[in-house]
Each structure stands twice: as C-alpha cells, then as structure tokens.
Design a protein around this ligand. Sequence first.
Ligand SMILES: Cc1cc2nc3c(=O)[nH]c(=O)nc-3n(C[C@H](O)[C@H](O)[C@H](O)COP(=O)(O)OP(=O)(O)OC[C@H]3O[C@@H](n4cnc5c(N)ncnc54)[C@H](O)[C@@H]3O)c2cc1C
Length: 505
Amino acid sequence: MSDAAAPPTGPAPAGTSLNRARRERELAALAGGEVVDLLVVGLGVTGAGVALDAASRGLTVAAIDAHDLAFGTSRWSSKLVHGGLRYLASGRVGVAFASMRERRVLLETVAPHLVRPLPMLLPGDGRRALLTGAGLRGAEVLSRAAGTRRATLPAPRRIGPAEARLLVPALRDTGEGAWLSWDGQLVDDARLVVALARTAAGLGARILTRCRAVTVAADGALVHDTVADAPVRLRARAVVNAAGVWAGGLVDGITLRPSRGSHVVLPASALGDPRGALTVPIGGSMSRYAFALPQPGGLVYLGITDEPVEGPVPDVPEPTETEIGFLLDVLNSALDTPVRRDQVLGAYAGLRPLLDDGRHSGADLSRRHAVLTSPSGVVTIVGGKLTTYRAMAADAVDTAVKVRTLAAGPSRTASLPLVGAGPVPPGAPPRLVARYGSEAAEVLACGDPEPVADGVPVSPAELRWGVLHEGALDVDDLLDRRTRVGLVPSRRAMAEPAARAALRP
Ligand SMILES: Cc1cc2nc3c(=O)[nH]c(=O)nc-3n(C[C@H](O)[C@H](O)[C@H](O)COP(=O)(O)OP(=O)(O)OC[C@H]3O[C@@H](n4cnc5c(N)ncnc54)[C@H](O)[C@@H]3O)c2cc1C
C-alpha cells in the first residue's frame, strides 16, 4: 500500500494522498507523544473545514472521525450551496447575505469543480408569482452585493409554460408560467468533505478515520482506534469538537435537538429527465417547499422532511415510509403523471444538528451556528449549514486560537482552492471531471475507466483512486462515501465485487 510521500499511481498533489499506510504512520507518531496545536473531533464538512482552516494558518493539526470522512449528516444533505432565500423571506438578511457570500466563494474560488449553477423552477401565477418575484429580486440585489457575478449565477427571470416544461418535462401543463432562479449545487456533498480533508492533509494535517474520541479535554483526547481496537491518547494545545449531532455527548452544557430530513431517490426518467430543479409548495404554503433535484447518474433526489427526533442518536438514520409517501404526494401535486412508490430507487435521511440555546425553537434553530467554549476549555462548533462551513470553521479556529493562546494569523481559506480546483485536463471524461476536476486524468490512470456494470456509474479506476488517495479503508467507504452508488441499493450490490477488488493490496 502506498504512503503520502510515494503514491504508486498518479501524481496526486504532494502530501494530499490519504491511505491506510499514512494513517498508521501518523497515528503511531501521535500515540508516541507528538503534540499538535489543534485536535479536531469529527470529519464532517465542519470538522474538515476546521482542519483546513487551522492547517492553512500554519498550525499543526490532527483531525479524527469515529468512522469515516463524511460519515454523518454531511453526506445526507440536499447538496445545495444555497443563497438562503428562505432566510430572506423571514427577514434574516444577515444570515442570507452570509450564505450568498459563502456560495460565491465556493463557486468562484474554493471548489468551482464541485459546485455548479443549478436552474430552479418555481411554477405558479397570480399572488404566488408576485411574492416569489419580489423575494427573488431582493435576493438578486443581495447576491450582487455579496460579490456574485452574473457569469457565475444568472439573474432570476419569469418564463412561460413552454420553457418551464423544457426544463422539467413532467411538470403539469396548467398553462401557468414560472420563475427561473439559480443556486449552487454540489456534485456530491461527501466529495466536498474529502476534498477539504485532502487539502488539509497537503498542508500537513493528520487526517485519521476510525478514531473515536471517548473523552475530550482542552489538552487532548482519549481515543479508541477501531482498526487496531486499541486506546490512544492524543495530545494537543487546543481541541475543537465538531462532532455534529453527536457533539453534546462529548462536552457538558450542550444540548442538541436533532431533526430528521429525508430524501427519496428517483430515476430521472420519472420526471422526463429534468435539466433543472422543481420547487413544489407543501400544502399551498408560501414558505415550505419540496425540491426535486436532478443529479448525475440519471437520478433525482426529492426532499425534504423535518421531523423532530427523540432518544439516542442513531449512526445512520432511516427515512420512514410515511415520509416517503408524503414527499411523493407533494411532488405528484405538480405533475401530470404521478411517480409511483414502486419507481423509488432508494431513500436516505440525515439529522440536522440543531442547537437548543434555550431561547429559540423549531425551524429557528437550524439558521444558527454557535461556537461555545466549555468550562474545561474545549471549543465546540455546531449548527449552521454545509454552505457556510468555511465561515463556521474560521470562527471556531479564531476562538480556539484566542482561548488557548496559539500563535496564528487570520483565516486564509476564502482564497484557497481545494484539491481538484485547477485547470481540467483536455480529453478527460466529463463524468470524472464533474467529480474530480483537475485530477480526472490521474483518476483515469488508476485503472479501468469503464463502469463496473451496465447503468452503475462508477469505475474500477475511481474505486482504486479512493483507496490510494482518498483514505477509503473498506467497501462501505468506497460505495457509500467516496462514490455514492450506495444511494441506490441495487447499484450498490452490483458494484461490491469491484470495490472488494480495489481494496486488495
Ligand atoms: C436532510 C438534510 C439536508 C440538508 N441540506 C443542506 C443543503 O442542501 N445545504 C446546506 O448548506 N446544508 C444542508 N444541510 C445542513 C448540513 O448538512 C449540516 O449542517 C452539515 O452537514 C453538518 O456537518 P457537521 O460536520 O457539523 O456534522 P456531521 O457531518 O454529522 O459530522 C460530524 C462527524 O463527527 C463524527 N463523530 C461523532 N462523534 C464522534 C466521536 N466521539 N469521535 C470522533 N468523531 C465523531 C461523525 O462520525 C461525523 O462524521 C442539510 C441537513 C440535513 C439533515
């Protein structure tokens, strides 16, 4: 197996390769008493963002996850890098502006290879169209104020029924027009996390999966290495708890009120292979919507629900049959030909890490992120959005630097492109370019580029790349996080033998 210094295949940028050998070497050094400036607990988008922010300021960093990169909520999102139109509608101009600024930074500088403009359709005439138009025009003013160029995201405009049905052919023919607006869409949320972690690794951060923090303190953590089934003590000058919906289990005084959001995975053909997203009001509401979001690989994700969750937090939440039925009903209210339950290819659910600050409740909670320092000196970063991970990470590192008196300058990540953000190699297959950006040719060089089976959009080359350079340690890492074939169980079963083959030394 390769290590970071000498990858056997493909010139991944120096030091950005993650793999089993590097994990073992770095974990051994830390277990041997090496002290880092910052230990980050959790490698979702927030923790990976914190690791990168700190490493790019020159701090020495170790970042651990109990399972894998993007194991938690970060892989179950709607994959939107959104401008926060809903926040604007409820008067939270500051939150919407921050989202729009982060959306621009991701689209234009940090991850242009992973985020693209998504046309979004909001059908309807009359009062709804008037109100929608007013909201979209306000959002447009704010988006330009946040520095977004028209070449990045076009201005919203009113379109007629024929153009609307060109974008979403299955849309019911009511003769009504629609608003067309644009937002950011990630090719895959887990890929953003992997890119953040590898970019941090390139700056020297130790990225260690399968390491569960058992107890944390301001000067380190007692960790269980689940590969070796052994305890390890990690020493640090500061600790950031970015364990998402599990963060409250590690420090006192933090209570989360998780809320489950579920999506249904549909064949794109059921909606006439849409080129844009369809927004459908829930029960005639002016503020709650379901979204049908076109995806690579001939899929549409339909979301989203909002169900409070009581009791122990599961590792992998499951959508209920009621949620699946509800989402289909909302979608079908806008279609000529209803999508049937037997057309559903898969479903997934994630838990929003909503912070109970004792002052806000319900939907309010999700709009906020908080940086909290426990009496023991551990800094916790929780809440917020995937879209705003970068600003959240900068806040958390600022706090850790201050509370623990570390020597570091201001955040640099707004101008730091992630691995893969460089120029695209000529002739690389578009599907690989969409997922790997400038690294597409190196991925291709890792093995057979053909799909592992008919209709299963993953190749042996990508699986091998995942093992050599992206820290995948087992079949689940490969199928459920480095690639997302796992979202369609029938495709996952067909890809399993190739994943097992990719893991052989
Ligand atoms: C259904 C849904 C849809 C969403 N859609 C969007 C969207 O479209 N756009 C958007 O901007 N936001 C969206 N969000 C919000 C966004 O997904 C989350 O805010 C974000 O992913 C949270 O990331 P995180 O890193 O804080 O948590 P997580 O991704 O959950 O990461 C926490 C990590 O900590 C690890 N961990 C836990 N305990 C320990 C321990 N003891 N030791 C070590 N590691 C540990 C876990 O394994 C996990 O990997 C959505 C949320 C949901 C639920």
